[in-house]
Write a protein that binds this ligand. Structure first.
Ligand SMILES: CC(C)(COP(=O)(O)OP(=O)(O)OC[C@H]1O[C@@H](n2cnc3c(N)ncnc32)[C@H](O)[C@@H]1OP(=O)(O)O)[C@@H](O)C(=O)NCCC(=O)NCCS
Length: 376
């Protein structure tokens, strides 16, 4: 039983101040450091967005070039991390692999043990550079193939697709991936970011914060929802079946992945862009069925439940059309969210107080009389 002193799921509870991200759930607005997500999608790259999140201002040309270089030259993984990936069961869950490998990256990080702001900024950039390589390397290693070495001349988004597929992506594919990365970069105090902040608020290290974030993002109520969406689309299989299928699912009171949000009461502004990308990529690939099925599902769920598509709904068909294996959808969400997690870790360190809330005790009455083992 909850009492007036508790809020189930901490809904609407404000637990800290932050300069990083603002969401207006009623108007469907999302801003990073005061910049509207729509402007960032139209004018910025993911690298620029990450710099904005870490440093608080858009980078000047030279700053952006330096960051691009730092990201591009630190993409390679320590050999021991590749050895770990090769030693894991090939059927391992990709988020478990990512969580485990980032933990190992922390051990081999050149700044390990140094938690100064400068070292933490370097760690943020390094983790951001390495995580795409981890995801792509795992996608190859588990199929018995050699990882494709990163290409320092490509953008982070372009290189991610290159390392996954072994060929340079089309301009539309690269743009779509870059946009998806911008859209997933930060989202205020979502569950995984909160977990990351709680971790570093004990003055634990940044890799531990990111590991907490990955473990939290994995769940189907958070980043794992995009996988659930694609499984649903594949189960429906055909545009003609979509309407009946989704109506039946709603009649059976099923939770539809990719819909609803704790903060937005209107369209998630990220979904607006992902819907467009899903359609554009579908046209380029000559396969619009996943987009068309998604449109039908969206219309029915909106009409019958008043629920709107969230970030995960159209990212599913977007990633699938890009050729990304379904179980890598959530790791790719993590590739992007590393920027937000690390920005929040930096902010937490800069004005830290241990995060230690309370529970409202509703357990057995006390004091209970202790019975020795033989009398129970
Ligand atoms: C995101 C989410 C976890 C938010 O949860 P929340 O704020 O705790 O909201 P609740 O789970 O309490 O849901 C409130 C009501 O809306 C309904 N609802 C919310 N999301 C729903 C969905 N995706 N499908 C069907 N019903 C849904 C719930 O059944 C509940 O109805 P009830 O009051 O009649 O029981 C929830 O909307 C959800 O599970 N969505 C699907 C998973 C997903 O897409 N996650 C990614 C989020 S970006």
């Amino acid at each position: 039983m909850t009492t007036p002193t508790t809020k189930s799921g901490l809904e609407d509870v404000v637990v800290s101040t932050s300069e990083i991200c603002f969401i207006d759930g009623d108007r469907g607005r999302l801003l990073y450091r005061g910049y509207d997500i729509h402007d960032l999608v139209d004018h910025a790259s993911f690298e620029e967005t990450a710099s904005l999140l870490w440093n608080g201002a858009l980078p000047k040309r030279a700053e952006l070039e330096n960051l691009r270089k730092a990201l591009a030259t630190q993409r390679r993984l320590p050999p021991k991390v590749l050895t770990l990936l090769r030693s894991l069961p090939r059927k391992s869950d990709s988020m478990d692999v990512l969580r485990t490998a980032v933990s190992l990256l922390g051990i081999y990080d050149p700044d390990s043990g140094d938690d100064s702001r400068e070292a933490n900024l370097r760690k943020a950039v390094r983790i951001q550079a390495q995580v795409p390589t981890l995801v792509a390397a795992w996608s190859r290693i588990r199929k018995g193939k050699a990882p494709i070495p990163p290409n320092p001349r490509l953008s982070l988004a372009g290189n991610l697709l290159y390392m996954l597929f072994g060929k340079k992506p089309s301009p539309l594919a690269e743009k779509a991936m870059d946009t998806a990365l911008i859209l997933h970069a930060d989202h205020e105090l979502n569950a995984s970011t909160f977990a990351a902040r709680v971790t570093v608020a004990t003055l634990s290290d940044m890799h531990s914060g990111v590991v907490s974030g990955i473990g939290t993002l994995k769940g189907p109520l958070h980043g794992g929802a995009n996988v659930g969406v694609m499984r649903m689309l594949l189960e429906i299989g055909d545009v003609d079946r979509a309407e009946t299928w989704i109506k039946n699912a709603l009649a059976q009171k099923k939770r539809i992945m990719g819909f609803g949000h704790r903060v937005y009461n209107t369209e998630d502004p990220r979904a607006t862009h992902l819907r467009r990308l899903s359609e554009q990529l579908g046209r380029e690939a000559g396969e619009l069925k996943w987009f068309e099925m998604s449109r039908i599902i969206e219309r029915v769920v909106n009409a019958e439940k008043g629920l709107h598509a969230n970030v995960d709904f159209y990212s599913a068909s977007t990633y699938y059309t890009l050729g990304i294996p379904i179980d890598l959808f959530t790791p790719i969400f993590a590739v992007s969210r590393v920027s937000g997690w690390t920005a929040h870790c930096l902010e937490q360190y800069s004005n830290n107080r241990l995060i230690r809330p309370r529970t409202d005790y509703i357990g057995p009455e006390f004091p209970q009389t202790f019975l020795p083992l033989e009398q129970r």
